[in-house]
Design a protein around this ligand. Sequence first.
Ligand code: SAT
Ligand code: MN
Length: 586
Amino acid sequence: MIEIKNRKVIDWVKECADLTKPKEILWIDGSEKQLEALRKEACETGELIKLNEEKLPGCYYYRTDPKDVARDEKRTIIATERREDAGPTNNWVQKDEMYQKMRTLFDGSMKGRTMYVIPYSMGVVGSEFAKIGIEITDSIYVVLNMNIMTRIGDPVIEELNKGAGFIKCLHSKAEVDAEKKYIVHFPEDDTIWSINSAYGGNVLLGKKCFALRIGSWLGRKEGWMAEHMLILCIEAPNGEKKYVSAAFPSACGKTNLAMLIPPKHLQEKGYKVYTIGDDIAWLRVGDDGRLYAVNPENGFFGVAPGTNSKSNNNALMTTKKNTIYTNVCRNLDDNTVWWEGLDLPAPTNGEDWLGRPWNAETSEEKGAHPNSRFTAPAENCPSIAPEFFTGEGVPISAIIFGGRRAKAEPLICQSREWNHGVFLGSKMSSETTAAANGAVGVVRYDSMAMLPFCGYHMGDYFQHWIDMGKKMTNPPEIFNVNWFRKDAEGNFIWPGFGDNLRALLWALDRCEGKADAVETPLGYVPTRDSLDVEGLNLTDEQLDELLTVDHETWKKELEGIKGWYAKLEHLPKELTEALERLEKEL
Ligand code: SAT
Ligand code: MN
């Protein structure tokens, strides 16, 4: 381990130790030797279960407390000096008050435990986009997950010793008491404090907390963007590569889209798709006036249920080694894992996510929690792009927004220009999923899929989007998609998964002014003939339903958008004007 010489780091770690009172402190150097010792220790205490080494080498199983299975939005707080800086969509507590409350909870919370200090980098260490964090935690699960999700250890210490700044992340699982769980961001102080949870997004503080909530705050201050977006590369038959980023709410198929396998006839034509990121994009304007994106993460924290060789074979392959599984079902016959939707025989001798005996033939409840997850290294992914490893940033041609909506939203729609695209993103809505605590299937507005992740005032966030547009001489085209339209019988009309590439190819053609479109009040939608639907067996009626912007339906939608906008307190005039224009055209 390289000795830490950065005074600010040393002082802060001491401060945290004085508060939480651990029995010892262990600096994480990222070496395989140290990580292996931690895995062994966690298996001995029962925190982790080692899975079948032949079938799933280097893989482990982890179970959370039953009340600690998803992000907890009600207990996620932005603590600033003034309420208006957090805005109306975030839970806000005055920051001194919150520090005081959290100090009481953290006081002695690590007694009798080891405190792990994890230096980590979001982005390729030392690259232009990268930013450093240090997470202090009393959980081996967090250390091992952070090792997959970020770049940790000695190379980061070297950066810190050169004087690099860092985000101060303090986590303690404490008693995993659901009533005392808080995930608190102090963006004015580059600080995140999380207590009484041991689940993914609440505790892997590099992810949503740093890369999105603190990241979006920093992005506004420093002139870049932190977005809830996947990044992928589409290679055309002539070898030309184009890059797309896409924002969808949690558990709406970002990982599937990022790892898309082209349908057969497009493969035969020579199209290829590569993965750069599945959840978060950091975006900057390049010297050439284009928008460049990196994935600041180093792994995937993906939803397990529904992942199978047809929906996402690349993800399945990615999770075959060095993966941590959280809250899935365990097959006791061969000590492997299973979840609903996996195309392997369901266990008859299993253990569900709660640790109860589970038998596919007799058990009525699900074996895996609907939000059960895999944490897998990006380097395992068969479709990972070489650009992922350089951390240099890829030029984005198209930005895609999308939600899960059974009705109203067409399959794909192109904005008239950047500001209109910002409007399309701001009015995004989606049916809620199991990724956050609360009811599932309720339509809620989720602008740019950032509602749970924007670290500041939503109105200011939209203004930042508009300001970023002004900085670009060659901005990406913006589109809105909806893979989830249902017919009168409740069946999905669009096949989704690999076939989503058809819509992306239309979008890329539009970027070059190539494909045909019809202008609607919402923007441009494909003509029947401009979308490649070869081999899909879609009837003309189905295609029309997917591509039509129904004026009566949209007049009702308009009321919803107005209600949403009214909640946001202040909005850029570009957006209110776009809303007025939509109303007029309807
Ligand atoms: O739990 S996470 O926030 O990391 C995953 C998600 O909700 O997207
Ligand atoms: Mn996400």
